[in-house]
Design a protein around this ligand. Structure first.
Ligand SMILES: CC(C)(COP(=O)(O)OP(=O)(O)OC[C@H]1O[C@@H](n2cnc3c(N)ncnc32)[C@H](O)[C@@H]1OP(=O)(O)O)[C@@H](O)C(=O)NCCC(=O)NCCS
Length: 165
């Protein structure tokens, strides 16, 4: 499996993945979501951000993204998101993506802090993030609506312990 930068050519596959059962619930997307959401997102990526796709035989199996904070005082931190297509889940794709993007965050982007939001019932994502040193910093109660019910969300972060600055 190849891990490479995302390009606009991936938009259709990424948009389809976002709407699939087994992905949509975790990222709070909707079945009616239009492709513009994905094309606008890819267009909005800057040189400071990282967006990686895991690709198997031309098929996008998953993606991970790190969006660097633009605010001057927060430029050492970024937001992370990841998703893997249901067919490829539980096969180590999420692990490979997070490993690679965190390595880039630490070694190339020089980030001190990576943060994310995850629904408290998202067991696979919690396992994945904890494996890479993310810790729960807060619980956002009733932060989202899933299947008609309010659900809680964890605010998690990982600190790069290596001396940077
Ligand atoms: C979260 C997600 C990215 C994990 O991707 P993945 O490729 O399945 O992850 P991996 O195969 O690398 O597994 C990572 C860990 O989670 C565990 N895991 C994966 N799926 C699991 C499941 N359904 N139930 C329990 N544990 C699971 C694995 O065992 C592994 O732990 P281990 O290394 O201790 O054995 C994937 O489930 C997904 O895309 N979910 C929908 C989108 C989403 O929720 N994204 C996160 C938003 S915050």
């Amino acid at each position: 499996m190849e891990i490479r930068k995302i390009s606009m050519k991936d938009a259709e596959q990424i948009s389809r993945m976002r709407r699939l059962n087994g992905v949509r619930e975790g990222i709070l997307a909707v079945t009616s979501e239009r492709i513009d959401v994905t094309t606008n997102f890819i267009n909005s990526l800057s040189e400071c951000d990282r967006a990686l796709a895991a690709v198997e035989n031309g098929e996008v199996a998953g993606m991970a993204v790190i969006l660097k904070n633009k605010c001057f005082s927060r430029r050492h931190s970024a937001k992370l998101a990841v998703m893997v297509s249901p067919y490829f889940q539980e096969k180590g794709v999420g692990t490979a993506l997070i490993k690679k993007i965190i390595q880039e965050a630490d070694e190339i982007m020089g980030l001190k802090r990576i943060e994310l939001l995850v629904l408290t019932d998202n067991v696979p994502a919690l396992k994945l993030y904890k494996k890479f040193g993310f810790q729960i910093e807060a619980t956002r109660r009733n932060a989202a609506v899933k299947e008609g019910k309010f659900v809680d969300e964890y605010f998690m972060a990982r600190i790069n312990k290596k001396e940077t600055q």
